[in-house]
Design a protein around this ligand. Sequence first.
Ligand code: SP5
Ligand code: ZN
Length: 364
Amino acid sequence: LAILFDPDTLLHKTIELLGSKLIPALESPERLEAILKALRISEYDIRTVQDDSVRGKERIERVLNLISETHNYGYLQHLREVHDDWVSAGLIDKDGHVLPECFWLPTSTGKPMRPPKDPFARAGYYAFDMSSDIMSESYQAIVGSANLACEGADMLSGFSLEGSGSDVDTVLALCRPPGHHCDGRRAGGYCYINNAALAVSTWRAAHPDAPVGILDIDFHHGNGTQEIFYADPRVLYVSIHGEDEFPYYTGAEDERGVGDGTGMNINYPLKVGSSVDEYMEKLEFALQHLVAYQAGFLIVSLGFDTYHSDPLGSFQIHTEDYATIAAAIRHKLKDVPALILLEGGYVIEHLGANMLSFLKGWKS
Ligand code: SP5
Ligand code: ZN
């Protein structure tokens, strides 16, 4: 097991509109600091990627190049420039926040979607909610987070410049901001770059056409990951999530993929208040599909917002249950190299213990 972290990811400090109140975003640097603290106390070895020689200009160019396989060019440019554009236009100060006011909607005019020139209008064109604020250092953190997914996939595919990947079969990438709500054209749900999609592109650079499995166990449906791979027959996406919860318009069982990708998208919505037994039943089904698919690479989108007291979730899952969940995944898919990507989870006081429990189960 290798654990990857980049201090740049702590620079992103945002606000959000939650329940009609504008507040510091629940997706905060303190989340990651709590996880790091617990891992360090338990003497896990954490590789700080920013300090590595590989985290240079060339590395970032490779990451951006791979991101562009699944993300819209104008959107990526927007992420990089919008904060500066708002400052230049006098809309905000340097320490201000880019929050959208009006979102693009489909119309009957037949006009194609075209990004507005006005940077103020552009904020809503490239977002789908008000939990995707961009502040001065967001872009640096977003790229840092994405780079961890890329680095992790490289290590597992034996592609790493240092060749340190060969003896590692699991990488935990401590990504922040998370990724699974981003569909490659819009930010939302605290996500700006789909880290899982980037990991697939990275893996494919070494293993073209290899079947990849994605297990999404964040409380929320990964609408972005589903969207990006909806027609892709070489990616099996399986998600267990709260039924009719955020992001509200996706995640139903009848969303099964399209064209060659039909049957390659599997959603398990679970009712509000579901117990760990109900959860494990769906997890067994999810794992059976991933085993049958014979994926050569597994990505786990791991959210701890399934925790019983999470402000954004509603399942009855407790700390010790994460060991059970992780053990079930690992035992069913034991020889598959796995990249675990951090997604959500908002009860800061329990994040560390929940992560330790998950890792204990994974290694059992
Ligand atoms: C990565 C991730 O976990 N993103 C989640 C973002 C959720 N943002 C909106 C949450 C709205 C919660 N509303 C609670 C209403 C209860 N029915
Ligand atoms: Zn979530």
